[in-house]
Design a protein around this ligand. Structure first.
Ligand code: BGC
Length: 384
């Protein structure tokens, strides 16, 4: 007997800038150029190949796909909305539906149009209104969509620019004013989205399992609270809260330790995080308890590794933890693996490979890894 409830979502996640390619009008495209970062370029060309991506996911036995809308395509200039781009994302929803896949749509996954960034970003006057107007314009995409994630990780959004390769002292430097502006933007649009679409509406939170050490002090605890835990308290009463997490961090004096205190700790080579799959259970339980029982949807969890055996090992252990929390009555509605594809990992470029599917960087040919079939089998067994 497994503890997964009926209707449990089994799937994988992506984000527009990381997979679509050619997101030339957003702030990240610009940042890559200005900061001399690896360019996202064509990414996985999922802008054109999304149907193949959805087919692979569905064919493996998964029943949910989380993807995001690229605001900079839909509104490339302030106030100029392109209907054909709205239609494009509607076709993505329909591609999912045609294959029995539940689309989980993120309205904003970090990237904003460059014009929005240039007028001051999320903390500039009127930013929330511009986001609300965008949300209204994309309502046709959302018709019949069951889960809408308004914002990806508002709590850590502002850190992203600092997320270079091998960032271990994560989170590097959160700007909580940005985080607060994002939360306000969510609150402003959520009722309208619920009303207009009937979807369950929530936001996703970057979660880390914090572990105390002998050196942990109040300043470190406060930081952990401000950056992560507080956001679950704020999620109380939402339709669901998206939990996204990968690892744990040890708290020292004043903040996170740059490396685990145990020199024998197993590290994930590609990204420098500790291999700690039990983080998922810890984060899910924390989310449910701090948010007063708000339903949890795991919107990201996975591992950056060249070894697909290691991916299966990690995910097996993560799901065992999830099953324990389900058996204890924690209301978890789904597990969406990060990521469906080997994709563009922000400031780390194409080095880290989180995907269930490999993508040839020149031909864009998709090669499913054994982990895709493995996760699909888990899903089939649980859904049978
Ligand atoms: C983000 C993804 C990112 C992943 C792995 C999450 O914080 O939402 O966009 O690729 O972590 O770093």
């Amino acid at each position: 007997m497994h503890p997964y409830p009926d209707g449990f979502l089994w799937g994988a996640s992506t984000a527009s800038h990381q997979v679509e390619g050619g997101c030339v009008n957003n702030d990240w495209w610009h940042r890559e150029r200005v900061l001399g970062l690896e360019r996202s370029g064509d990414a996985c060309d999922s802008y054109h190949r999304y149907d193949e991506d959805v087919a692979l996911l569905a064919g493996a036995g998964l029943n949910a796909y989380r993807f995001s809308l690229e605001w900079s395509r839909i509104e490339p200039e302030e106030g100029l909305f392109l209907r054909a781009e709205v239609d494009h994302y509607r076709r993505m929803v329909e591609s999912c539906r045609a294959r029995g896949v539940e689309p989980v749509v993120t309205l904003n996954h970090f990237t904003v149009p460059q014009w929005f960034e240039e007028r001051g970003g999320w903390t500039a006057p009127g930013a929330g209104d511009l986001f609300a107007r965008f949300c209204e314009r994309v309502l046709p995409v959302l018709d019949g969509v069951g889960h809408v994630v308004t914002l990806n990780e508002p709590n850590l959004h502002s850190c992203l620019v600092n997320m270079g390769p091998h960032v271990t002292a994560f989170p590097p430097a959160p700007d909580l004013a940005v985080a607060d502006a994002l939360l306000a933007a969510h609150r402003a649009v959520a009722p309208m989205l619920r009303e207009a679409t009937g979807a369950l509406v929530g936001y996703s939170i970057s979660s880390i399992s914090f572990h105390e050490t002998d050196a942990t002090d109040d300043a470190a605890r406060r930081l952990a609270h401000d950056v992560i835990d507080r956001w679950f308290l704020d999620a109380a009463g939402e339709d669901f809260v998206g939990v996204q997490g990968y690892t744990r961090i040890h708290l020292g004096a004043g903040g996170p330790l740059p490396v685990p205190p145990d020199p024998a700790a197993r590290m994930i080579e590609q990204i420098g995080w500790e291999f700690y799959p039990a983080a998922l259970e810890e984060m899910v339980r924390k989310a449910a308890s701090l948010s007063g029982g708000t339903p949890v949807l795991v919107t990201e969890n996975g591992i950056a590794t060249a070894s697909d055996e290691e991916r299966v090992e990690y995910t097996t252990a993560a799901l065992e933890g999830l099953e324990k929390s389900l058996a204890d009555g924690v209301d978890v509605r789904g597990y969406l693996h990060w990521s469906l594809l080997d994709n563009f990992e922000w400031a780390s470029g194409y080095g880290p490979t989180f995907g269930l599917i490999a993508v040839d960087r020149e031909t864009f040919v998709r090669t499913p890894k054994p982990s895709l079939a493995w996760l699909g089998e888990k899903a089939r067994a649980a859904l049978a």
